[in-house]
Design a protein around this ligand. Structure first.
Ligand code: NAD
Length: 535
């Protein structure tokens, strides 16, 4: 028999973990029914439960790419649990809206449709909406386009620029951007506020639930809850921070490490916000994804705390790289030795040019800014150092290139391998590689950039740089120094012997400590890496 996840309220010992085969709801195939009904909230019933491989149609369907396989019965899904057993779900015919269809929202919309829900993605960017509606993902994300097309064809997924098309949805996910405020460190909340304002304006259904997924300063959910209570009292709010990684976004959405549900303090297990979250994420919960059910502030903080921790770990090893540069130590050896300590671990301990992108840099700054506002700025004072260490790595590469070129880069040709802030993405927001490229250009160098996926974005953002579509070889032609700044597999697999004849000087800076120094040296290159003065 199925036991549902423990519910202990919004505060206190809120954490419950659904293990494999545990789900809130009803096992199918005649087992005991315990439906989580949200009819009272204007939603519909959802049932789920463990099923060791048999269902109404008696067929265990092969695992699809997403891990969820639709049966002939339409909405019935089978997923393979962590223990190898199968679980079937009757996905409630909920209609979801996803507001903001960028990296987070487009992925979320597609994956929710993949789970069987009817989904409308709404964005103010008409071009993005048109592309998504035509089955084209407007950014680089492995595996997403295939699922987009599949769900468009199945008729479960539409995109629109009109909030009116979201009005009849049962659950609205707010996935708009929260960039750094121009001229400040705090998060710019105008997009979240505009999204909520637009949702309120179209007249949301009674019992519908607004779910915040954007990364926001603590206190935002409480503020929005008050706003909704005043201007859309028929609605409810939940907070559900997102942890997906670009490059792994589909897998991270369908098989996340954990789910976090933030609710108002006066919530009860049958509150529409609770029931909606359990319904939407039922297939994932039943597959064993751990869930933390908590209050709004904790849910908001989990996200920024996670990013603060990850940024700190990266900057820690990069601070060690600085010390290695002064002492003659080798930060790679240091990191490897640290990584064997299970209390430390090796993830996010790769020394190099540091972090960038649309999340970590702005999230640690906004976290600090919010802590300052709350009078606890001292608690997060270390994040200023984390940020400073990170930015100093960019200075270090610029200095190294300048030194290698005899103290003046004027008129010298520099090849930059990589423009995206990390591999497997075309995201160039706060890209360390492009920041270095632009500084060298401003100092007088002729800089040519190549990236496997981010060239179009880079060209738009940094039109003065030179770009090539001819791969690393195109960038390196005639170069006096080659700087490897985003560790795409394509660059790791470069043959240094093939690249050697095209450059003017065989000088390589491995800004990501990802290339094989021995191979490059054997091919006649002078190899330099960050944090490894004698490498
Ligand atoms: N990108 C990630 O890997 C990631 C991961 C976890 C969390 N997040 C968070 O998710 C949020 C979105 O990030 P993103 O990377 O998807 O940003 P993004 O810039 O790619 O997408 C934001 C989208 O929101 C749209 N938008 C802006 N205002 C709108 C409005 N009023 N109505 C409808 N659409 C509107 C924009 O046109 C854009 O398409 C941020 O808070 C970010 O911190 C991002």
């Amino acid at each position: 028999m199925t036991s549902g996840p423990t519910w202990t309220g919004a505060r206190g010992a809120e954490t419950s973990q659904s293990g494999p085969g545990e789900a809130s709801g009803t096992p199918l195939g005649g087992r005991q029914a315990r439906p989580a009904t949200i009819a009272s909230a204007g939603l519909v019933s959802y049932t789920s439960g463990p099923d060791r491989g048999t269902r109404d149609d008696g067929v265990v369907h092969p695992r699809s790419d997403s891990g969820f396989t639709r049966s002939r019965l339409g909405r019935l899904l089978v997923s393979t649990n962590l223990d190898g057993s199968a679980t079937s779900y009757d996905v409630a015919p909920l209609r979801l809206s996803v507001v903001g269809t960028g990296y987070l929202g487009a992925t979320h919309a597609v994956c929710m449709a993949e789970l069987g829900f009817d989904v409308v993605g709404v964005d103010v960017d008409a071009d993005k909406v048109a592309r998504l509606a035509a089955g084209v993902v407007p950014f680089f994300e492995p595996g997403l386009e295939e699922l987009l097309r599949k769900n468009l064809e199945a008729g479960r997924l539409t995109f629109s620029t009109s909030f009116a098309d979201a009005a009849d949805a049962d659950v609205h996910f707010v996935c708009v951007g929260t960039p750094q405020l121009p001229g400040g460190h705090a998060a710019d909340m105008r997009y979240v506020d505009a999204a909520v304002s637009n949702l309120i304006a179209v007249g949301l259904k009674a019992g519908s639930v607004v779910v915040g997924k954007s990364t926001v300063p603590a206190g935002t959910a409480a503020r929005l809850a008050e706003w909704l209570a005043r201007d859309a009292p028929q609605t409810h709010l939940a907070w559900n921070p997102e942890f997906l990684r670009e490059g792994f976004a589909v897998d991270d959405t369908l098989r996340p490490d954990r789910l976090v549900f933030g609710f108002a303090d006066d919530i009860t297990p049958d509150s529409p916000a609770v029931v909606a979250m359990e319904a939407v994420y039922g297939p994932l919960l039943a597959a064993g994804v751990p869930v933390v059910r908590t209050d709004f502030a904790t849910a908001e903080l989990v996200k920024v705390a996670a990013n603060a921790f990850l940024a700190t770990k990266i900057s820690f090893i990069n601070a060690m790289a600085e010390v290695c540069e002064a002492t003659g130590g080798d930060v790679l050896g240091l990191a490897r030795a640290l990584s064997y300590d299970p209390r430390i671990g090796g993830r996010f301990l790769a020394p190099g040019l540091g972090f960038g992108g649309g999340c970590l840099p702005k999230d640690i700054r906004a976290f600090q800014a919010r802590a300052d506002e709350l009078g606890v700025g001292a608690a997060l004072g270390f994040l200023a150092d984390v940020d400073a260490v990170n930015l100093r790595r960019r200075d270090r590469v610029v200095t190294l290139v300048t030194e290698l070129l005899g103290g003046d880069v004027t008129g010298k040709k520099v090849a930059i391998l990589g423009a995206a802030f990390k591999p497997n993405s075309d995201d160039i927001r706060d890209s360390p590689a492009l920041a270095v490229a632009e500084r060298l250009r401003r100092a007088g160098a002729t800089v040519t950039v190549y990236d496997p996926a981010a060239l179009a974005n880079a060209r738009r953002a940094y039109p003065e740089l030179n770009y090539t579509d001819e791969g690393a070889t195109g960038a390196a032609r005639g170069a006096h120094v080659v700087a490897h700044l985003t560790e795409w597999m394509e660059f790791r697999e470069l043959d240094p012997a093939v690249l050697r004849p095209v450059v003017a000087t065989p000088l390589l800076i491995d800004g990501r400590n990802a290339l094989d120094a021995r191979l490059w040296r054997e091919a006649g290159w002078t190899y330099h890496a960050l944090g490894r003065p004698r490498a």
